[in-house]
Design a binder for this molecule. Structure first.
Ligand code: HGY
Ligand code: MN
Ligand code: MN
Length: 416
């Protein structure tokens, strides 16, 4: 395969401008974004992305999970396309780059190919995967999971948000439910550019992360039931305090994760107590424990110990406890050929780089099940993400997009 010329680069200013324009849709309250999946803001962001893709001459596809596909033709219409993309949905207090950099980095590849008149043999398709974040509708990477055959579409459509709204109804409500069967598309390869969402690249002074693996994830929803009662007149020995039970379990979560230092992590980011009234002892606590590790046996150990320890704590406090696995995927090893294409691109372009295990989950983790897949990462300031203060530099964005460009175009085979 012919590698792109070393001087072939994307237009970093245009990419940055597109990132800033997209960031104006679904603004957060502190400079970031709140463009949660299947909200009107998500619909607005999708429309802007579609407009840009059509301006770039793409034909648009949309499947029954709302996954968007912008196709640039190759010289061989029968050749399997090279896919590239990520997600446009954000956390409620999300940053401007998580996911968005990968989608608009893919679009920038098509724009640059148009500028230079370069043809590739394989078509190239830029994707926006629906509901990567899994915040409004658990689990994360829902639509890429359906595409990869992990979840059924019916199960996904029935997922409910905190207000009891169903995924399928909301997708139709915003007008982004396509006709296309989910998962019918075959891929030559899939590449995803993403900010690291961790501190390693910046601390090591590297421009590019060559992502060889992704750590596995486990989400267990824990429901602890006690008894609502008056916080003033109920004697301490008579209380069945579900909130206290939760606090003791969360201490155990920290202990369990630290027992597998330095790579395992654990926390609960979603926490609800009921009735959540200042002068009522919580009768119920519902929270999701998020455990991660590059090692599957460690994840399984943490899951098992959570159930044993939480049961013992609740038994000792006269509380009931129930567990439900609400998300998860095994550690991922990305395709060696695609990873090499990423590393060769970074070398060719003269960027400092290092191998990396992704701490966060990504659509690429599921697509890796159905197509050769790899990821490119760029640093982010202080490793901060899932926070409105998430920040990257235009230089980091351009470096990541250039490596993505070279890996994708080399895999798609330049024909002139
Ligand atoms: O949870 C994750 O790792 C991803 O950011 N959705
Ligand atoms: Mn993401
Ligand atoms: Mn995210």
């Amino acid at each position: 395969m012919v590698a792109p010329a070393q001087n072939l680069k994307i237009n970093g200013e245009r990419l940055w401008d597109s990132l800033m324009q997209m960031a104006r849709i679904g603004p957060g309250v502190a400079g970031g974004n709140n463009r949660q999946t299947l909200t009107d803001a998500d619909a607005e962001g999708r429309a802007l992305f579609r407009k840009w893709c059509e301006e770039a001459g793409c034909s648009m596809g949309l499947d029954q999970m709302g996954n968007m596909f912008a196709r640039r033709e190759g010289s061989d219409p029968d050749a399997l396309p090279v896919y590239v993309g990520s997600h446009l949905d954000t956390q409620p207090t999300g940053g401007k780059y998580d996911g968005v950099l990968g989608v608009l980095g893919g679009l920038e590849i098509l724009r640059t190919l148009n500028d230079t008149g370069i043809r590739t043999r394989h078509p190239i398709v830029v994707t926006n995967w629906t509901n990567e974040e899994g915040t409004r509708f658990a689990p994360a990477m829902l639509a890429s999971g359906v595409f990869a055959g992990i979840h059924t579409q019916d199960w996904a459509y029935a997922r409910e948000d905190a207000e009891g709204k169903r995924f399928g109804d909301e997708l139709r409500r915003i007008g982004w439910c396509g006709e296309e069967e989910v998962g019918a598309r075959e891929m030559r390869a899939f590449f995803e550019l993403h900010i690291e969402q961790g501190p390693i690249l910046e601390a090591e002074g590297r421009d590019i992360g060559v992502v060889t693996h992704g750590q596995g994830l486990s989400w267990t929803q824990v429901t602890i039931t006690g008894k609502d009662a008056h916080t003033g007149s109920t004697p301490m020995p008579m209380r069945r305090n579900a909130g206290l039970g939760m606090a003791r379990v969360l201490e155990k979560v920290e202990e369990i994760a630290l027992s597998h230092a330095p790579h395992a992590v654990g926390a609960a980011g979603h926490i609800d107590v009921y009735p959540n009234s200042r002068n009522v002892i919580p009768g119920k606590a519902v929270f999701t424990v998020d455990f991660r590790s590059p090692d599957l046996s460690v994840i399984e150990d943490m899951e098992a110990r959570l159930r044993i320890e939480a049961q013992a704590i609740c038994d000792g406090m006269g509380l009931d406890v129930a567990f439900e696995k609400v998300g998860g995927f095994d550690p991922v090893a990305f395709d060696k050929g695609c990873v090499t294409a990423v590393r060769d691109a970074a070398e060719r372009l003269g960027y400092s780089h290092m191998n990396l295990i992704s701490g966060a989950g990504h659509d690429a983790c599921w697509i890796n099940r159905v197509a050769p897949t790899a990821m490119v990462m760029c640093p982010c300031v202080d490793g901060l993400s899932h926070n409105e203060a998430e920040e990257i530099s235009p230089e980091w964005a351009a470096a990541g997009a250039n490596v993505l460009f070279h890996a994708v175009v080399e895999t798609a085979e330049i024909v002139g």
